[in-house]
Write a protein of this length. Structure first.
Length: 639
C-alpha cells in the first residue's frame, strides 16, 4: 500500500512525501520490487507452465502486464528519465488479484467450515452393548452391526437404526429444523444429533468416514472442486482469449508507433499496450463460475440440500418433468399394519410372526412396518434363513422352519401362487380404502394378506404445487397397487400416475421420457429407485432412504422434507443464473474496455482500477445468491 500511495501521489499530484523527489522515486522502487518478485512469482510459475504446454492462460497476461509496468518504471528511476512511473499499476494489479484469490480460497474453506464444526461436535465415546452388558468405548471402536445405547441428553455416536425404544431426536444441526423428530424401531439415526427424550437401543450402520456428516462434508468439497460444462467452455474460450489479447497489445504498440504524434511515440505506444494487457486481465472471467458455485453449494448445504457436482446445477436449467416415488417421498415412509387377513389354516398372529421374520432382512418401509407391528405385539422374532430381496416385488426366506414368500400380487404370480376368489375379494376391500396389500405364501400355498397404510406427508400437496409453479410436469411412479397409488396422487394433486412399477419399469419410464426429448428429474429413497435415479438427468435422493439411492443421486435432501425438492431445483437454477450474469459482465467488460485502452483513452492506472472493480462486482453478484436463497426458502414455507 505505501508503494501505491507514494507512486500515485508523485505521478498524479506531484506530491513528494519523503525527502527529495529522487529519494521518493528510489523508495518506491525498493518497495515495489519485492512485491513484484514475491506476489508475481505464482504468476510467473503459472505462465511458464501454460506456455510450455502451448496453452497460455490468464497468468500470462498478469505476468506480462505487471512486469512491463515495473520494468518501465524501474528504467525511469535508475536512468532518471522524466516520465510517469507505473509502480502503482504493477503493485495494485498483483495486490488485487492476490487478494481475490485469497478471498476465493477462504470462501472455499468457509463453505465447509460449518460442516467441519459439526464433525468436531460428534460424540467421543459410545455405550456399546456386548454380551448383554453395557460398556463405554471410544467411538472409533464401533463397527457396523454393533449395538449401542443412547440416553436422553447424549449425542448419537454414529449413524444407525433404532432397534428398541422411542425417543425424540434433535436433528437441527443437520436439517436446520428446530422441532425434534420422533424415532421408533426401524428409523434411522444420524451421528452427532442429540437424544432429547427416551432411551433407545440402535444398531450401527455407518462409522468414521461413512457417516452422514463425513459424507456431507466430502460431497460439498467435491461439488465445489468440480467444473460445470459452462466453466469448461470458459476455459476453452480463455485458451483463445489470452493469445488474442497478446496480439491486440502488440498491434496496439505497433499502431501507436506508426501513427503516434506525441513527443515520444514509443512511450505512448508502450503505455497503451500495457493498458490493453491490464484491462484484459480476465480475473472476473476466472472468478465468475467458481464463486457462484461455492456460494450456491454452501447455501444449499446450510439448507440441508447437498449438490453433488457442478454439472447438476447446469442440468436443472432444462428440466421439464419430475418423477416422484411414493413411499417415503410423498408419504411419511412410516407405514403401519392395519389389517391381517388369514386365508388358510394359520391364525392371524402366526401369519404376522412368519411375515415379520421373513421381512427382517429388508430395509423397505413396508417390511419395517410388518416387523414393527410384530414387535409391538410382543412376538419373539428370530432371523430368517436363505433370505432374498426382490427389489420392488417382495422377499423370500425360510422363517421359523417354513418357506415364506411375501410381496405384491405380481410377485406371487411369478412364484406360481394364484389367489382364489376369497383372496381376490379381500384384496379388493383393502385396496378400496387405500391400503397397500402384501400377500403371504407359506410352504407353497396362499396363507393370507397384510394391509398397510402410509399417510401422505403434510407438505406434499404444497410441494407438488411448487414443482408445477416451476413449470415441471409431475409424475408419480410407485410399486404400489393402482388404487393406493391413485389415492395418494389425488391427495397431492398429481394427474399422471404409474402404479405397480418395478425398478426396471421406473427406469424405462425415465428413458421413454428422455427419448421423447424431455429432460427428467427422478426423486426416490429406496434401492428400487437407484437405477432410475442414475438414469435421470437429475437424480434427487432423500437421505432418509438407502445408501444406494443417495449414491445414485445428484442432489441429496438431508431431512427427507419433500418441500425441499422445489427449493433444490430453484436454488440450482438461481446459481446457474448467477454464473451467466457473472460471465456476461466479465465478457462484456473486456469487449468494451479493450478498444478504449487500445485508443489510449484508459491509462494503465485507470485500467488497473477498472479491472479490480470488475472482479469485485462478480464476487458481490455471487454473494447475492444468499439473499435469493432466503427468498426461495420463504416462498416454500408460505406455500
Amino acid at each position: 500500500m505505501p508503494a501505491i500511495v507514494l507512486s500515485m501521489a508523485m505521478d498524479l499530484a506531484g506530491v513528494v512525501v519523503v525527502g527529495a523527489e529522487r529519494t521518493q522515486m528510489w523508495l518506491v522502487l525498493l518497495l515495489a520490487t519485492p512485491v513484484q518478485a514475491l506476489l508475481g512469482w505464482r504468476f510467473y510459475r503459472g505462465s511458464w507452465a501454460s506456455l510450455r504446454h502451448l496453452n497460455p492462460n490468464m497468468d500470462v497476461l498478469i505476468a506480462m502486464g505487471t512486469t512491463i509496468a515495473w520494468a518501465f518504471s524501474a528504467w525511469v528511476v535508475v536512468f532518471d528519465r522524466h516520465y510517469a512511473m507505473y509502480f502503482d499499476v504493477s503493485v495494485a494489479v498483483l495486490l488485487f488479484i492476490t487478494l481475490g484469490k485469497y478471498l476465493e480460497d477462504r470462501s472455499r474453506g468457509a463453505a465447509t467450515s460449518a460442516i467441519r464444526a459439526l464433525l468436531n461436535l460428534s460424540a467421543r465415546s459410545a455405550t456399546m452393548v456386548r454380551d448383554g452388558a453395557e460398556i463405554e468405548v471410544p467411538v472409533e471402536q464401533l463397527t457396523p452391526g454393533d449395538t449401542f445405547v443412547v440416553r436422553p441428553g447424549e449425542r448419537v455416536p454414529v449413524d444407525g437404526i433404532v432397534r428398541d425404544g422411542l425417543s425424540a431426536i434433535d436433528e437441527s444441526m443437520i436439517t436446520g429444523e428446530s422441532i425434534p423428530v420422533e424415532k421408533r424401531p426401524g428409523d434411522h439415526l444420524i451421528g452427532g444429533t442429540i437424544n432429547q427424550a427416551g432411551l433407545v437401543r440402535a444398531e450401527a450402520t455407518a462409522v468414521g468416514a461413512e457417516t452422514t456428516l463425513a459424507r456431507m462434508a466430502r460431497m460439498v468439497e467435491e461439488a465445489q472442486g468440480s467444473k460445470a460444462e459452462i466453466q469448461r467452455l470458459v476455459d476453452r474460450v480463455a485458451a483463445v482469449f489470452v493469445p488474442a489479447v497478446i496480439v491486440a497489445a502488440a498491434l496496439t504498440f505497433a499502431g501507436w508507433m506508426l501513427l503516434g504524434s506525441g513527443d515520444d511515440p514509443a512511450i505512448d505506444a508502450m503505455l497503451a499496450a500495457i493498458a490493453v494487457l491490464i484491462i484484459a486481465c480476465p480475473c472476473a472471467l476466472g472468478l465468475a463460475t467458481p464463486t457462484a458455485i461455492m456460494v450456491g453449494t454452501s447455501v444449499g448445504a446450510e439448507r440441508g440440500i447437498l449438490i453433488k457436482n457442478a454439472d447438476a446445477l447446469e442440468r436443472t436449467r432444462g428440466l421439464q418433468a419430475i418423477v416422484l416415488d411414493k413411499t417415503g417421498t410423498l408419504t411419511q415412509g412410516r407405514p403401519e399394519v392395519t389389517d391381517v387377513v388369514a386365508l388358510g389354516e394359520l391364525a392371524e398372529d402366526e401369519l404376522l410372526a412368519l411375515a415379520a421374520v421373513a421381512e427382517r432382512g429388508s430395509e423397505h418401509p413396508l417390511s419395517r412396518a410388518i416387523v414393527d407391528a410384530a414387535v409391538e405385539r410382543g412376538y419373539e422374532l428370530g432371523d430368517p434363513a436363505d433370505f432374498q430381496s426382490h427389489a420392488g416385488r417382495g422377499v423370500t426366506a425360510t422363517a421359523l422352519g417354513r418357506r415364506v414368500i411375501a410381496g405384491n400380487l405380481a410377485f406371487l404370480h411369478e412364484s406360481g401362487l394364484e389367489p382364489h376368489a376369497e383372496a381376490v375379494a379381500a384384496i379388493g376391500r383393502l385396496e378400496e380404502v387405500g391400503r397397500t396389500v402384501i400377500l403371504m405364501g407359506v410352504d407353497g400355498g396362499l396363507a393370507g394378506l397384510v394391509g398397510i397404510a402410509d399417510e401422505v406427508k403434510k407438505g406434499a400437496p404444497a410441494a407438488v404445487r411448487d414443482l408445477k409453479d416451476l413449470g415441471l410436469r409431475v409424475i408419480i411412479a410407485t410399486g404400489d397397487n393402482e388404487r393406493a397409488a391413485a389415492r395418494v396422487a389425488e391427495a397431492v394433486g398429481v394427474d399422471e400416475c404409474h402404479a405397480a412399477a418395478r425398478p426396471e419399469d421406473k427406469l424405462q419410464l425415465v428413458r421413454r421420457l428422455q427419448t421423447e426429448g424431455v429432460s427428467v428429474a427422478m426423486v426416490g429413497d429406496g434401492v428400487n429407485d437407484a437405477p432410475a435415479l442414475a438414469q435421470a438427468d437429475i437424480g434427487i435422493a432423500m437421505s432418509t432412504g438407502t445408501d444406494v439411492a443417495i449414491e445414485a443421486g445428484d442432489i441429496t435432501l438431508l431431512n427427507g422434507d419433500v418441500s425441499r425438492i422445489a427449493e433444490a431445483i430453484a436454488l440450482s437454477r438461481a446459481t446457474l443464473a448467477g454464473i451467466k450474469q457473472n460471465l456476461g459482465w466479465a465478457f462484456g467488460y473486456n469487449v468494451l474496455a479493450i478498444p478504449l485502452a487500445a485508443a489510449g483513452l484508459l491509462t494503465p492506472i485507470i485500467a488497473g482500477a477498472a479491472m479490480a472493480l470488475s472482479s469485485v462486482s462478480v464476487m458481490l453478484n455471487s454473494l447475492r445468491l444468499r439473499g435469493t436463497a432466503r427468498r426461495i426458502a420463504q416462498r416454500g414455507r408460505r406455500s
